[in-house]
Design a protein around this ligand. Structure first.
Ligand code: NAP
Ligand code: MG
Length: 488
């Protein structure tokens, strides 16, 4: 192990300044491709640090909300340009900090730029409706007002796109923001927030406090001056956020896990289905909330699909995401790797057949990283853990069915309902899938893990708080409707 020199320390951003935590403590953010490499040191913040950020945000919001939407949007255009100028550096930091490949990290950062531009324009779009009053002398209409201070709690798997898709609409609609990013990717978050800092927002409008979920995350849940909380992450934490917010009457929005199916019908284009299953299931090492994890195949084409899939999975090159040859990087952390390995074990114990993978990679060059092989199980039945619980790793469970009706039944037989795909050339299969699949995002002849920033995003069942993010849907969470009645 070589001793690293010059490891950079990243500060909190509070009231327009970069400041150290009152704890005087930092934590190391590690590279999952090589656990001996520290990507940066981040603040281990305290409740007092959070209080300062919230106080700054509360004060700043008073003037921020008075600006026109267009003026607020101008700041977002600036952030977009700065992010674009720093795209390679931020993407490289993301790859080093959470392991996704550099091309994927660049794609995500470019998406961040596009989201900022989309919401910058949102400052000039309509915010209400005129509703005919029964009083013919009156004018009645709705308008939208910001919530106030918004707490943003984000996961590590999209460390650029998720903070941006929450912060950009929050800001353009007149809220101020306190971001608590995932500890796993706090360096990437600091670099994103630096783009906001460089854009010259009035002090206190944008704040970031890093630190543990139990202190800073919980602090956001409990803080009486935080008016809205937007959360993306796990099921368990999400429910805590929701309960805490209800208890003190704050608005909340939760985007949580998935157990996303792909259905392969007997009439599907199998090559396309194989490509999309691999891309949807294994890119980003399966660590997308929309990743495919259950592959439900009609028995007529099961064997052919399986052979084609396995042939491709065996070719996947696992390695450091910065290596141009790599298709799949490591798991984002040791605990994530252990979760994947424990589900492989459970799969075996519960009677599924491991067709490929399931082992940690320990070859020379990979021994210090959290690498796991892409993994495929078959003979998976619906009640097994690997068919029910979110693994968040590169594990595909093949399930054989006799009809499209059975495929839909199996697909719906989980607690989650985020995204789902079907591969078919038959219009009635498509129509029943659109109608009967319980998922917030249904995709036909396309992988389950695709999201467009201008369209609403969110899940059904246990996958979300039944709210939606992104596109025009964001206004629903980040503002409140005010009904106005005017009589001259
Ligand atoms: P996580 O453990 O729930 O963490 C998410 C965030 O919550 C992190 O910032 C975390 O901080 C914080 N947190 C942890 N404990 C907390 C507490 N007691 N109170 C308040 N905040 C707390 O999730 P993750 O492991 O980062 O992310 C993976 C999960 O996110 C998966 O389940 C995935 O499906 C889900 N996800 C969903 C979507 C979607 O849009 N539906 C998108 C991406 C990911 P620390 O990092 O400091 O622990
Ligand atoms: Mg890390």
């Amino acid at each position: 192990m070589t001793v690293q020199t010059n490891v950079e320390t990243f500060l909190n951003y509070v009231n327009g300044e970069w400041v150290a935590s009152s704890s005087n403590e930092v934590t190391s953010s590690l590279n999952p491709a090589n656990k001996n490499e520290v990507v940066g040191l981040v603040q281990k913040s305290t409740k007092e640090d959070l209080d300062q950020a919230v106080a700054a945000a509360k004060q700043a919001q008073i003037s921020w909300r008075k600006l026109s939407g267009a003026a607020r949007g101008e700041y977002l255009y600036k952030v977009a340009n700065i992010l674009e100028e720093n795209l390679d550096d931020i993407a490289m930091t993301m790859t080093k900090e959470m392991g996704k490949t550099f091309p994927e990290a660049k794609g995500e950062t470019a998406r961040g730029v596009a989201i900022l531009r989309y919401y910058a324009g949102e400052g000039m779009r309509k915010v209400g409706d005129v509703i005919p009053s029964t009083d013919s002398d009156a004018l009645m209409f709705t308008t939208r007002v910001p919530l106030g201070v918004v707490g943003v709690i984000t996961p590590w798997n999209f460390p650029v796109a998720i903070p941006i898709w929450k912060m950009a609409p929050a800001l353009v609609y007149g809220n101020s923001v306190v971001l608590k990013p995932a500890s796993e990717t706090a360096v990437t978050a600091a670099k994103v927030v630096d783009c906001f800092a460089q854009a010259g927002f009035p002090e206190g409008v944008v704040n970031m406090v890093t630190g543990s979920g139990s202190v800073i995350g919980q602090g956001i849940i409990d803080h009486r001056d935080i008016n809205g909380i937007t959360f993306t992450g796990s099921d368990q934490v999400g429910k805590q956020v929701g309960l805490g917010a209800v208890a003190r009457g704050a608005k909340y929005q939760l985007e949580m896990g998935g157990k996303n199916p792909v259905i392969v019908a007997a009439d599907a284009d199998l090559d396309l289905a194989v490509e999309a299953t691999i891309s949807g299931g294994l890119r980003s090492t399966g660590q997308k909330c929309t990743a495919t994890s259950r592959v439900i195949v009609q028995q007529e084409v099961y064997d052919e699909f399986k052979e084609k899939l396995l042939a491709k999975v065996k070719e996947i090159k696992v390695g450091d995401g910065l290596d141009g040859e790599t298709w799949m990087g490591p798991c984002a952390s040791e605990s994530q790797l252990n979760t994947v390995l424990s589900y492989v074990e459970k799969g075996r114990e519960e009677g599924a057949t491991l067709l490929f993978g399931g082992e940690r990679h320990k070859e020379l060059g990979l021994e210090n990283g959290f690498y796991v092989q892409p993994t495929v199980f078959e003979n998976v039945s619906s009640q097994m853990s690997i068919a029910q619980e979110e693994i968040f790793g590169p594990v595909l469970a093949l399930m054989k069915v006799n009809s499209i009706e059975e495929a839909l039944e199996v697909a719906n037989d989980v607690e989650f309902g985020l995204s789902a795909s079907i591969f078919t050339t038959n219009i009635s299969n498509m129509l029943s899938f659109i109608k009967d699949m319980d998922a917030g995002l249904v995709r036909i002849n396309a992988e389950s893990a695709g999201v467009e920033l201008q369209a609403p995003f969110g899940g059904m069942k246990q996958s979300s708080s039944h709210s939606r993010e992104q596109g025009q849907a964001a206004i629903e969470f980040f503002t409140a409707i005010k009904t106005v009645f005017v009589k001259g």
